[in-house]
Structure formats: structure tokens, C-alpha cells
Design a protein around this ligand. Sequence first.
Ligand code: CMP
Length: 140
Amino acid sequence: MAVERTLSIIKPDATRRNLTGKINAKFEDGGLRIVAQKRLQLSKAQAEQFYGVHRERGFFNDLVSFMISGPVVVQVLEGENAILRNREIMGATNPANAAEGTIRKEFAESIEANSVHGSDAADTAAQEIAYFFSGTEIVG
Ligand code: CMP
């Protein structure tokens, strides 16, 4: 296993319910370190670009509207096998399928308002981290 970094977003449904600390505790208790973090209000253009890979999906417009409906917290998580580890800590995209103890099982409201986003692979992690953070903002 190698030390990796992954991009995490705490989504508007979670910031609205003041769950940032509880979600961060899940990451830290799960062995990940928050090495960069900032709270942002995404613009429509930013959300559309970030989720550009889903542009043709039926849920795209709703997803963009949801992601700009309130603040998000963007983060870089670091640790052994961080990309996969974070996906385990988050649980399945659809909270109905998420395992006990995962963030989405405990906190998500729906498949759209599913509390967190995490990069799905090494190449997307690198792209997504660079989308929100400069190198000097990440302190390991
Ligand atoms: P995320 O991991 O951020 O990646 C894309 C997001 O689209 C996903 O989490 C969900 O919040 C949202 N989404 C909404 N509907 C669907 C769907 N039917 N399938 C997958 N993702 C969906």
C-alpha cells in the first residue's frame, strides 16, 4: 500500500445540518488525515465543470442545482490507500445500499443529497485536488 491523497467534498445537505465535524471525525477515526480544507460556495459554472463527466446523465441539472444550494467543504484526505479507504468510509453512493457505520448510511438523505463526494481513482483524485487546491495549500 502507498500513501495517497484524495479529494473529498462535504455537500450542502451536510453543511446545512452542521455535520462537518461529525463527518471529519469519521475520516480521522478511519485513518485518514485532513491535509487541506476550505469552505466554499460553488458557482453554477464551477459545479458544472467539476461534474462535467456526468453532463449527459439525467440527474446532471438537479445535481448541479443541489451542489450550489449551500456551502460545501472541499478537502484533501491523505493516508494509506486513501482513495479506496475514503470510499469505504463514505459507503455506497445510494444510502439505501450503504453499509452500517458509513457516512452515507448515517447521514445521507438521498442518492443526490448523499452528504459527501470522494474521488473514484488515482487520475481523478489528482485532477479533482488540482481543481480546488494549489500545492502550497496542502500541508501533509
Ligand atoms: P458523487 O459521488 O458526488 O458523484 C456524482 C453524484 O451524482 C453522486 O455522488 C450523487 O450525489 C449524484 N447522483 C444523483 N443521482 C444519481 C444517480 N442516479 N446515480 C449516481 N449518482 C447520482
